[in-house]
Design a protein around this ligand. Structure first.
Ligand code: NI
Length: 148
């Protein structure tokens, strides 16, 4: 039994109703996606999204040892102080950062890719530092052993 099935089984022991407040543009996008993917209800789409989030988190938690990783993220460059905070966060991992690229995506958004090599837990730590900053909209972490 895989992790996904395990989580599904645990969840099937009972349903709990929750109330969640979301920005309407976020909900509209989510509804568009679940409609396109053929979900029968918004609840089912949300359950699957939460399962995917848990699986990804648990996978990240298990990563350890020497790895190569990329952290990509999108952020609002008009957010006061955010550029400095991102630079500051990266400076805590300067031995591990091999390269970083910045793209001015449009009037509002900047996109950055940071390539790191080193202890998986430290790569994840920087991704989490970046994720916690206000104005950062999306963070994606990938890691690979790649024979190192
Ligand atoms: Ni920029």
């Amino acid at each position: 039994m895989g992790i996904k099935e395990g989580i599904k089984m645990e969840e099937e022991q009972g349903l709990t109703r929750i109330g969640v407040s979301l920005p309407s543009n976020l909900l509209n996008k989510f509804d568009g996606i679940i409609r396109g993917r053929g979900y029968s209800s918004r609840s089912e789409g949300i359950r699957d999204a939460i399962r995917a989030y848990i699986v990804e988190y648990e996978w990240m938690e298990r990563e350890e040892g020497e790895e190569i990783g990329t952290i990509t993220y999108l952020y609002d460059h008009s957010q006061r102080g955010l550029g400095d905070e991102l630079t500051e966060a990266q400076h805590h991992y300067l031995d591990m950062i091999k390269t970083a690229t910045h793209i001015h995506l449009d009037e509002e958004n900047c996109f950055e890719v940071v390539v790191m090599r080193g202890e998986a837990k430290k790569i994840k730590e920087l991704a989490e530092d970046i994720m916690s900053l206000k104005g950062v909209k999306h963070v994606k972490l990938t890691t690979t052993h790649g024979g190192i």
